[in-house]
Ligand binder design. Structure first.
Ligand SMILES: *[C@@H]1O[C@H](CO)[C@@H](O)[C@H](O)[C@H]1NC(C)=O
Ligand SMILES: *[C@@H]1O[C@H](CO)[C@@H](O)[C@H](O)[C@H]1NC(C)=O
Length: 497
């Protein structure tokens, strides 16, 4: 099924031994074309999910007009209005639904500030990186000279309920080729978070990043959030982690929006103004050739799947996009966070094949970093955890050019693309020795003041207990809250007013 990859390999080979290989390539592409017609499904639109006209158990994922047949997990049916597999209820809508041809409402006058397309002559490392379709390796490296970076990330609060589950994966004995333990990135939200446990992961070399204070619902709130909302939620959470997990602000450099509903230019303006180094919230569409991270100097080099991507220019701010994961035979669903993939048969073999397919697609094509992004639910499933651990140990033993790095380590590499052969002495990837957390944390019982009511929250920290539960508009947890925006105004020179 790897038609693009195969084609590319074919073309490469064609140049070398034209006559002999040509036949083989033609044969295999004809074979594939046949297979393609077998599905007999025409994509109504180039991209998206579409119901099978014959059966409610099947649907198609179209990517660039190419249909991938998918089956719903047993006992579930595809709903063409809501576009996912669901149980059989009265509301279930089977079969294709005519979608009125809604022309995207173009703004009457194009935004004069919208980012221009990638200009490789002006965009140079270390502070700028782009390529016209987002798939090129930085530094002009060949795939074989490029490390296959794997990004493990964990979204949400960290606490005593999930610390041991994550520790099954992040052990000291699982190491990178330079002998240092593998590393991951925690996008931490505040509610129910234990700063004691966050500080422990940080001291072991993992990266702590920002996932907001409230992680609030409804999900769409985040797509419409204002500049001030994002400043309070994201910069506020950075202050909370700084104060209660004793992590320097200079180490809290990344953010990811809750539910992956990005807040467009408002969100990115906050990231830019408040000196975040990267964002990792933008989904890249399903594609055989995955996308490399890029800076937001220029227009995003792929389709915006979420509808609310930034459109302006944010020079030097890195985007680490979430490449859509899928298995070659469609049994692993399609997802940007690994734990959200719905497997057709929830057996170990499907999960293993899903991980392998995604790894191979990255490793054998352009070595774009492979993101394996999780919530804790993956680790609550013993079988899935065991499959993941086996998969990781398997590729670690088979490949000496695979590295499990944090997002900051990825950015350091992007800024200074270094060949596989020189990585054992690549300073940004050296083992990390950091101040450890206290051994016995304080278990603070504090009140969370919400609109019109008060709830008790417990918060573990090595620092002093706050007076109130730190929250949006009161990141210090003081008797009287101070807003992030007010702080900034105070810091501005008097002459501004
Ligand atoms: C916070 O971290 C610094 C080093 O970064 C250390 O010197 C200090 O003792 C730590 N404070 C607490 C309360 O752990
Ligand atoms: C879960 O793991 C157990 C123990 O390895 C195995 O016997 C069982 O078949 C697995 N379940 C599935 C659905 O694969």
């Amino acid at each position: 099924m790897n038609s693009v990859g195969d084609m590319m390999r074919c073309l490469g080979l064609l140049l070398v031994v034209f006559v002999v290989i040509q036949e083989e390539c033609l044969a295999s592409s004809i074979h594939r074309r046949k297979k393609r017609e077998d599905t007999d499904f025409e994509c109504p639109k180039p991209d998206g999910l579409f119901a099978d006209p014959e059966t409610c158990k099947k649907f198609y994922t179209c990517a660039g007009n190419y249909p991938f047949a998918q089956n719903c997990p047993s006992s579930l049916y595809f709903d063409d209005v809501r576009k996912f597999c669901t149980r059989k209820t009265k509301q279930l809508v089977c079969g294709p639904v005519e979608t009125p041809e809604v022309e995207p409402t173009e703004p009457p006058t194009p935004d004069p500030l919208s980012a221009p397309p990638c200009d490789t002559s002006a965009c140079v490392l270390p502070d700028c990186f782009c390529s016209s379709d987002g798939t090129l390796i930085p530094g002009g490296l060949e795939p074989t000279e490029t490390p296959q970076m794997i990004l493990l990330s964990f979204d949400g609060a960290v606490n005593s309920l999930n610390f041991d589950l994550y520790k099954k994966l992040l052990t000291k004995t699982r190491t990178n080729p330079n002998g240092c333990p593998i590393k991951g990135t925690f996008f931490v939200s505040h509610e129910y978070n234990s700063h004691f446990h966050v500080q422990k992961f940080y001291s072991e070399g993992h990266e702590i990043a920002i996932h907001s204070i409230s992680n609030r619902s409804p999900e769409e709130w985040w797509a419409k959030g204002s500049y001030e909302d994002y400043a309070e939620e994201m910069v506020g959470q950075r202050e909370i982690l700084h104060k209660f997990a004793n992590i320097s602000r200079d180490s809290l450099l990344g953010m990811r929006v809750p539910y992956l509903h990005p807040g467009g230019n408002a969100m990115m303006n906050v990231a830019y103004d408040y000196d975040f180094v990267y964002d990792s919230s933008i989904i890249a569409p399903m594609s055989y050739t995955p996308i490399w991270p890029y800076t937001l100097d220029y227009k995003i080099p792929h389709k915006c799947m979420q509808g609310t991507c930034p459109t302006r220019s944010f020079p030097g701010l890195w985007e680490i996009p979430l490449n859509t994961l899928f298995s070659n035979d469609g049994t692993g669903g399609m997802c940007s966070l690994a734990d959200q993939c719905v497997f057709q048969e929830n057996d170990d073999e499907s999960v293993e094949q899903f991980l392998k397919d995604n790894f191979n697609r990255h490793y054998n094509v352009n070595r774009a970093p492979l993101g394996l992004y999780f919530h804790v639910n993956w680790f609550n499933d013993r079988n899935k955890t065991a499959v993941l651990l086996n998969f990781i140990d398997d590729i670690r033993t088979k490949h000496r050019d695979v590295w499990f790095v944090t997002m900051q380590e990825l950015v350091s590499w992007m800024r200074n693309p270094t060949k596989v052969s020189n990585l054992n002495s690549f300073a940004p990837w050296a083992c990390e020795k950091r101040e450890s957390s206290c051994n016995i944390p304080k278990n603070c019982e504090v009140q969370l003041h919400l609109d019109g009511y008060v709830e008790t929250r417990y918060m573990q920290t090595c620092a002093k207990c706050p007076v109130k539960y730190p929250w949006v508009g009161n990141f210090e947890g003081a008797a009287e809250g101070v807003k992030i925006m007010d702080l900034t105004r105070d810091a501005e020179p008097e002459s501004d007013s």
